[in-house]
Design a protein around this ligand. Sequence first.
Ligand code: IMP
Ligand code: MG
Length: 336
Amino acid sequence: MFADIVVGLSYGDEGKGKVTHHLLKSGDYTHCLRFNGGCNAGHTIYHNGQKFVTHHIPAGVFFGIKSIIGAGCVVNLKQFYSEIEMLEEGGVQTNGLVYIATNAHIITDLHLEEDGIDVTIGTTKRGNGPAYRDKYERVGIRAEEVAELASGGYLIDLYREFHEALVKPTILCEGAQGFGLDIDWGEYPYVTSSHCTTGGALLNGIPPQAVRKVYGVTKAYDTYVGAKDFHGKGRVFDLIQQVGNEYGATTGRPRQCNWLNIHDLKVAININGVTDLIINKIDILREIGKWNLRSYKNDAISLHLRNEETWKQYLDKYLTEEGALNITFSDSPERI
Ligand code: IMP
Ligand code: MG
């Protein structure tokens, strides 16, 4: 078995969907696996010139390979079915391709109601926290208990699928959210309730020896949605928000913007074991015409680089101090 992993290194919305979509074009993979989160995530994908926003279903479905919502996920069934419908209407065939792991958990109406009144964390109000709480309290509902999922042919046993198959699978694992929102490594309590790291992918039945590449994804600047104060001071950050179209794919909320924090980025790269780094939305900084970075907490160090080239050089030097890292700077919403 082989597995490549796509992880977010910031606060979600880094463009993981685009990277996953791009990697799947290679035709190398037999499976695509979402390994954490619920429908709090919104993955924007451009496929054959058409824009799709998915919340649950991983991007493998666009390429006719098995697309699995893994054991580390929580699922809202209404959303799941409506996504299948949306894909089918957009001409994407889902039959026999879309699955939910037997041991994934279900988001109930009560979870939604409870999350709906959150003001402390600034959640997406999609029932995520309460669903994971019930999972760990051992009172949750697993997908395998839902009769309609079984009869609809939507359930998959990850052990059987990954370890007992005749043809060894090659799996692309697609993370949701990012390192800054990780339950353990993010700035608690301003985090989501799941494991957004490489470790989170392994929790889905992927043995560590299977992992080949870890694709870490970030943007040329940081964005964050939630209750903590994050937006930088100055008009330039409002400009980044507008030019970068930084509004949530799930809730439409404006994303708070700041310069890319290279200290936090390095932590995320090291802890995730990133082999390939993709820095998206270079085109936005180009349009803004400012090439800045931050380091350490609360803007303690602010770096003003002269131009795009010195900015890239600085990043490359800083991030590769401890070892090789393949860095890609991307300036297109559709390509890497
Ligand atoms: P929850 O995951 O809905 O509980 O929200 C917890 C925190 O994670 C909030 O700050 C959300 O805005 C943030 N969050 C959750 N999912 C995403 C995502 O896909 N992109 C960006 N932020 C997210
Ligand atoms: Mg998103």
